[in-house]
Design a protein around this ligand. Structure first.
Ligand code: UFG
Length: 326
């Protein structure tokens, strides 16, 4: 089947594209390459450079293929940036979603899987279930919640079917080591830690040591990138088989503190990785750990790579081979 990936040259999109090509699907990618990398995609992928807010361009690409489903990753995703520049987030994420839905409606494409985030919950009770209260505490989280709500009403009015995934902390890299996380400005914990053994950074800042957790540092739920994209494939099949609209958490359902992640990175790399206490970043909830039983019950999704050393080890293989990214 022909599957269109929006934002398919990004970290998550490129892993999705690789998996779909390996499963023998026809893969079409749209990416504006602002944060994505053309080099992350193999020659089997049909690639088009452009922006999802450009409806003319979207239509043109869609008309070339018999697209059955859309997987939508194209979004801005940095919490601190969203606080400084909220309109960028509402434009890129919310208006981007409206543009995609309008073209889907016109071109009669009725299936979409898209990325939401644990950031829609704000400061939740743990473990987090899909019906936990939705109280985002930053514009990024609000933009993801607005995307969820926009699609819900569009679905009722135009018969579009959807699955939304609320991601927890996506990490690691494909086991073959050829694609991985390569952000122009890195803000995520695991790649930042690995910059120390790579010699690019002297120590890792532990941003906040007085949180309400056993060791005082934030606890997060790290889910391997290939487990995450596998869930999207299961969701495509689920919608193809007539599944109803659903929203799922995607996490490994295990929590690790920042200090535990640094310790795991020391085990994996064999490097002492010095760390230093630093002030809180602001806007970080104490603990985020998913309850992902709904994805298991309905999609039969189960993370296969939820061992934290394995997650970090795949990231390490990628970063060692690609010190400067692509
Ligand atoms: N951290 C450090 N030092 C650093 C960077 C991060 O100690 O140099 C800590 C953070 O305080 C946090 C943890 O490492 O506790 C993880 O931080 P990341 O930036 O890797 O990830 P976040 O949990 O902040 O963000 C993730 C996604 C976002 C999403 C958010 C939901 O990357 O897209 O979860 O809350 F919005």
């Amino acid at each position: 089947m022909a599957i269109l990936i929006l934002g398919g040259a990004g970290y998550i999109g490129s892993h999705m594209a690789k998996m779909l090509v390996e499963k023998g699907e026809e893969v079409i990618v749209i990416d504006n390459l602002i944060t994505g990398h053309r080099e992350s995609l193999s020659d089997e992928v049909h690639f088009f450079e452009g922006d999802i807010r450009d409806k003319e361009f979207l239509r043109e690409v869609i008309r070339k293929y018999k697209i059955e489903s859309i997987v939508h990753f194209a979004a801005s995703l940095l919490v601190p940036e969203s606080i400084k520049d909220p309109l960028k987030y509402f434009d890129n994420n919310v208006y981007g979603m409206i543009s995609v839905l309008e073209v889907m409606k016109e071109e009669k494409i009725d299936k979409i899987i898209f990325s939401s985030s644990a950031a829609v919950y704000g400061i939740p009770e743990i473990p987090i279930k899909e019906d936990s209260p939705l109280k985002p505490i930053n514009p990024y989280g609000l933009s993801k919640l607005m995307m969820e709500q926009t699609i819900k009403w569009a679905s009722e009015a135009y018969g579009i079917h959807y699955v939304a995934f609320r991601y927890f902390n996506v990490a690691g890299a494909d086991h073959q080591g050829d694609i991985g996380e390569a952000h122009k400005v890195e803000t995520h914990l695991i790649p930042l830690i690995l910059e120390v053994p790579l010699g690019k950074r002297q120590f890792i800042d532990v941003t906040g040591t007085d949180y309400n957790t056993p060791d005082g540092t934030n606890i997060r739920d790290y889910v391997h990138i290939n487990d995450l994209v596998e869930a999207h494939y299961l969701a495509i099949e689920y919608l193809m088989n007539g599944g109803s609209n659903e929203i799922f958490n995607l996490g490994s359902s295990k929590g690790f503190s920042v200090l535990e992640i640094i310790e795991a990175a020391r085990r994996v790399t064999g490097h002492p990785i010095p760390s230093e206490k630093a002030p809180r970043r602001g806007g970080d909830p104490d603990i985020l750990v998913a309850d992902s039983t709904k994805a298991y019950n309905i999609l039969k999704w189960q993370p296969k790579h939820d061992n934290i050393d394995e997650i970090i080890s795949t990231a390490w293989q990628w970063h060692k081979k690609h010190k400067e990214g692509y």
